[in-house]
Write a protein that binds this ligand. Structure first.
Ligand code: CP
Ligand code: NVA
Length: 313
């Protein structure tokens, strides 16, 4: 496995499969109340340029449950906020902590951190991708259907950071993905090309009804991501007709599930009756952030879980 997780394609298909299996193991250990302090004595620095509920709490709780420690760092409180260069900050942090997680406006800043950091760097969301979210989503889908290969995923709405990771991961997990969005909100061409080049199966269309036809998984996200607030009026207008409603869900396979990374905006990208409905797995999906974060942390910051089981029994 690569040193860092900046893009979901930093994982191989085998890495992704293994990570999900380890997350399932960690979920069982936690539910059985069995200790799993695989990262005792290790610290994770978490730099958040943007707000977060799930990512912050799952990483922080995850490190705690693994016996380690997480530092929540607001860039405004670091010298980086006063102009200290990323290359210096990254090298200094590497001398203190076992890993660094960053949520940033610019993907290039996370790449620059990774270039200079001697310890693993994890993308906790950028303008390009949200790889940690997708690992949790794929775990949720695999738990439900038993496998990922051959499934039909329909992404409805904005071709944003989360969508990009979903599109790229199709090359690792063997599902097909159809993205329905207005032309100017499609996932970027270079993302789609990368996914196709790596063996992904991606189709871009306009009509949400066509995208969900016989889909196994219907997924959406906010129409206004963090940092795009100035475009809110224009975006709400452009996405009219892209709400995931019960009528839209009825066009999907009767056994289809609904996913959303959250936070959700009821009445915009999703109707209340869908997110609260029986097909919605959004809270299992949110819970799986914790288990997948822990699997990722153990993988990047520690040793293989298998090697450590002996110490827990
Ligand atoms: N889904 C997700 O990343 O949520 P937060 O923004 O609350 O971390
Ligand atoms: N696309 C959203 C995801 C939030 C978890 C954003 O970037 O704001």
């Amino acid at each position: 496995m690569n040193k860092d997780l900046l893009s979901i394609l930093d994982l191989s298909a085998a890495d992704l499969d293994h990570l999900i299996s380890e997350a399932v193991n960690l979920k069982m250990l936690r539910k059985a109340g069995r200790p799993h302090e695989f990262l005792k004595g290790k610290a994770l620095a978490m730099v958040f340029e943007k707000a977060s509920t799930r990512t912050r709490i799952s990483f922080e709780t995850g490190m705690y449950e693994l016996g380690g420690h997480a530092l929540f760092l607001n860039p405004g409180d670091l010298q980086i906020g006063r102009g200290e260069e990323i290359r210096d900050t990254a090298r200094v942090m590497s001398r203190y902590v076992a890993g660094i997680m960053i949520r940033a406006y610019h993907h290039e800043h996370i790449e620059e951190f990774a270039r200079w950091s001697e310890v693993p760097v994890i993308n906790g969301l950028s303008d390009r991708e949200h790889p940690c979210q997708i690992v949790a989503d794929l775990m949720t889908i695999r738990e439900h259907f038993g496998s990922l290969s051959g499934l039909k995923v329909a992404w409805i709405g904005d071709g944003n950071n989360v969508c990009n990771s979903f599109v790229l991961a199709s090359a690792l997990a063997g599902y097909t993905i159809t993205v329905a969005s207005p032309d100017r909100f499609r996932p970027p061409a270079d993302i789609v090309d990368r996914a196709l080049g790596a063996g992904g199966k991606v189709t871009l269309i306009r009509d949400p009804g066509d995208a969900v036809a016989d889909a196994d998984v219907v997924v959406t996200d906010t129409w206004v991501s963090m940092g795009e607030e100035k475009e809110k009026g224009e975006r709400l207008k452009a996405f009219s007709g892209y709400t995931v409603t019960s009528a839209l869900m009825q066009k999907a396979d009767p056994e289809a599930i609904f996913l959303h990374c959250l936070p959700a905006h009821r009445g915009q990208e999703v109707a209340d009756e869908v997110i609260e409905g029986e097909q919605s797995l959004v809270f299992d999906e949110a819970e799986n952030r914790l288990h997948t974060q822990k699997a990722l942390l153990v993988k990047l910051l520690g040793r293989e879980i298998g090697e450590k089981y002996s110490g827990t029994t």
